[in-house]
Design a protein around this ligand. Structure first.
Ligand code: C2G
Length: 141
């Protein structure tokens, strides 16, 4: 049983997240997602649109995901790897070479997967905000 572990906020779930999770599951038999808690997001300088409970509910509905655990701090990864007998930690390529993951190579495999271009939670928020602004301007004319 090859166990894969990945981490993230997964806010405003989109096809980039889904493709990452599919790639991750394709590497093994069981996929665990360490989902950033609302409190940890604050430490990451992120404010998610959906709270932890909603983001967890959405992830658990995805066929590639076998379980979701809370990601509460940067330092929990080694403990997670040991506790869940993880073979490989995976992240999107935007994390490639990051100190937050390279040190894990002493404990398990680490792989960086293709990051889907042209979509991000930030981009979705910005485009929705701009379209609302444009619609408002149209109405005001
Ligand atoms: N991702 C992707 N393609 C995108 C957007 C995101 O492959 N277009 C991947 C990211 O590379 C990451 C995962 O989807 O592996 C989750 O992305 P985020 O929710 O943005 O996670 P992040 O804020 O990078 O948190 O301890 C690690 C952190 O919790 C990672």
């Amino acid at each position: 049983m090859k166990i894969i572990l990945t981490y993230g906020t997964f806010d405003l779930l989109h096809y980039g997240h889904i493709r990452l999770l599919k790639q991750a599951k394709d590497l093994g038999d069981y996929l665990i997602v360490g989902l950033s808690t609302d409190e940890f997001n604050e430490k990451k300088g992120k404010k998610s649109y959906y709270n932890y409970a909603i983001r967890k509910e959405l992830l658990e509905a995805i066929k590639y995901v076998d379980s979701v655990i809370p990601e509460e701090c940067w330092e929990q990864k080694i403990e997670d790897i040991k506790k869940y007998h993880v073979d490989t930690v995976v992240m999107g390529s935007d994390w490639a070479g990051s100190d937050q993951f390279e040190y894990l190579r002493d404990y398990c495999n680490v792989e960086f997967l293709h990051r889907t271009e042209g979509i991000s939670t930030t981009q979705i928020k910005e485009e929705l905000h701009d379209s609302k602004k444009i619609n408002k301007q149209k109405v005001l004319k």
